[in-house]
Ligand binder design. Sequence first.
Ligand SMILES: Nc1nc2c(ncn2[C@@H]2O[C@H](COP(=O)(O)OP(=O)(O)OP(=O)(O)O)[C@@H](O)[C@H]2O)c(=O)[nH]1
Ligand SMILES: [Mg+2]
Length: 453
Amino acid sequence: MAADVGPGPSGRGAPSERPTIFAVATGTPDGPLAVIRISGEAVGRVARELWGGHLPPERRLVRRDLDLGAAGREEALVVYMGGPRSFTGEDVLELHVHGGSANVASVLERLGGITGLEPAGPGEFSRRAFEHGRMSLDRAEGIAAVVGARTDAELRAARRLAAGVFGRDLAELSAELLQLVAAIEGSLDFPEDVDASEVSRWTSVVDGVDRRLRRFLDVAAVQGKLGHRPRVVFAGPPNAGKSSLVNALLGRTRVLVSPEAGTTRDVVEVAARVGGRDVLLVDTAGVRDVGVSAVEAAGIAMGASQIEAADVVVWVEAADANDGSPPPGLEGQGVVWVENKRDLGTRRAGWIGVSATQASGLDVLASRIAACLGGQEVVDAVRVLPRHVDCIEAARRALADARHALSEDVWDVGAWELRRARAEVERIRGGDDAGPVGADVLDAVFAGFCIGK
Ligand SMILES: Nc1nc2c(ncn2[C@@H]2O[C@H](COP(=O)(O)OP(=O)(O)OP(=O)(O)O)[C@@H](O)[C@H]2O)c(=O)[nH]1
Ligand SMILES: [Mg+2]
């Protein structure tokens, strides 16, 4: 093993007045291990205070006995990554200590007592990474989106953002716009050399960039719906077994079931995972019009409005009962036709056959529901956040103005508008020709991060 080396050349490329920050980087201090991340110039001082020695060689996990003062000693694994080749671009030291909230708190308290060290705020490590040019803003946002993703689709889209897929597309668009600006500005002094075909080439480049930007807005619109779970509404005649099916898909008894028609009166919503999709199962009152009480009638009316707001309707009828009467508008939406109680026979051969009580046919039903929800385009797309949408919309407004100016032969204005569009595209990645985006934007972006990120 190489001998310990001295403190890394601190502050390489970093503003030197900044405090060194520290925070727990692992999810919960109650786990078996906790990683505490420290970033900044004072990591060498941490080494001297905690184990009376130097920083270990870079990128090597080594054992050290930490002196926690009154709290005793803690056996830890430590790793040092010198700036600028670290996550934040600064000198980074990680302490891998035993978990447990009291133990972790004792290490944090010890660190807080070291001169020059301060607890990190939300997203402060990522913010430093951005400010030191280690990561573009869109990728930093991607990391936060990965942490915040609640569904598989969101996670995959977030990973692509974190991996810089969006950023690369934007860089291409930005380069195209810059080339176009150069071509137009180069022609300003020699307008007689520019023929109509050249101007139409310019406008077709503008249109192409605009089309690609619009596609990102389409993706954002679909992803907006991802935030709330799709509603899978169970409807059909009373006693068909709608509530039984909801329970069967959940794998536990959540809603009331009884042989009496008109059991379900209220609308009941239950979060569930069906066919690999996170959804809301919505149980409704059976639809009938004879001998109904006022309460049941109110329940039926609520069920009808649930059908209208459904992403998918599961229309359930029982194999031992006559045909029900689906509402007339139903054909127009995504419907899964289900015959329940197939253990008692088959009446509607073309429908998906299930038996809620025997738990048969449920896999077919689940995958049909998932297929009805669709959403493949989102899985393969990159996560587009509201801040990106704002920039894209501003860029598209500038492109429209540029196109107008070019059609009026006011080329200098056209070029100026194109620069404006390019600046908006660049802002998504965190800066433009005038420098990085303002502190207000960064404050807003990183406030949404967790501490330790
Ligand atoms: N044989 C058989 N009986 C079932 C099946 N599924 C449900 N049942 C029975 O059918 C009756 C009605 O079931 P529910 O789930 O309450 O029916 P529902 O459609 O929710 O009825 P309402 O809430 O009144 O509209 C109960 O007695 C269930 O045990 C099945 O697959 N086979
Ligand atoms: Mg019911």
